[in-house]
Design a protein around this ligand. Sequence first.
Ligand SMILES: C[S@@+](CC[C@H](N)C(=O)[O-])C[C@H]1O[C@@H](n2cnc3c(N)ncnc32)[C@H](O)[C@@H]1O
Length: 272
Amino acid sequence: MVGILREEEINQLLTELIDTYGYDFTGYSMPMLQRRINQFYNLQQIGNFPALRYLLKNDPQYFRLFISKIMVPVTEMFRDPPFFAALRTTILPALSNFPLIRIWHAGCSTGEEVYSMAILLKELHLLHKSILYATDINPEALETASKGIFPQKPFQHYADNYLKAGGELLLQNYYGPYLGQAKFRDELKKRIVFSTHNLAADASFNQFQLIICRNVLIYFNQELQNRVFTLFDSSLESKGYLALGSKETLRFSHLNQHYQKANLKEKIWQKL
Ligand SMILES: C[S@@+](CC[C@H](N)C(=O)[O-])C[C@H]1O[C@@H](n2cnc3c(N)ncnc32)[C@H](O)[C@@H]1O
């Protein structure tokens, strides 16, 4: 039997998660959250709301599972190839004179985006002097990301994306077979630091020349988006770049006046 949690029940749950774990989901798109929490509730066959509350409150492992199921992890390599082409031809070359290039992938999910970036940097001969911070709220997704092992099936599509983004070789140069899956070469991973970080609550942890946060803010309301923009602003060096997803914009933010578009077509801004 399918059960639907009432809106008051979901609100109560969200308040308790703030008190218990300090995770605040109240700035997320409510229809998305309601849909995903209800999916979780039914798949787990918990049966009643008090049982769900009890488990979430008292079992941190269960809370970890909950996070991994209510977040949307959809990602792919070289997603939106023209975006990666813009990084390759204009943004990364502009950073090439820095002795150390610091890049933050916020909301990296299972890591396909950050491995794509490592490949770009490798082909531009910049990987050895770059450091990539890949963060996400979802520890399960990060675990997958840090292993660098992925199912083979989507790799034909990834190879097409790579070439459309201006790839110089063949994508398969960067991974090898591993127990029926694809494993990225260690040299790509060596320059990546994986860590949990919650954009809704955690502070800045470094200064970057490039911050990439794509397809994350679409799930946040304007208030939470503004919090995140302030966090990015305080984490970005002067003249640094901020890249968002195709449906996201800095335009309606209070910080818009301190940035200029760095690319006409892509969602990339430069701090003034
Ligand atoms: C749709 S994926 C986007 C992945 C990748 N950036 C891309 O564009 O392919 C959204 C990611 O944002 C993460 N996320 C959601 N809320 C977050 C938060 N408060 N802090 C950090 N990451 C968050 C989710 O766990 C998920 O992995």
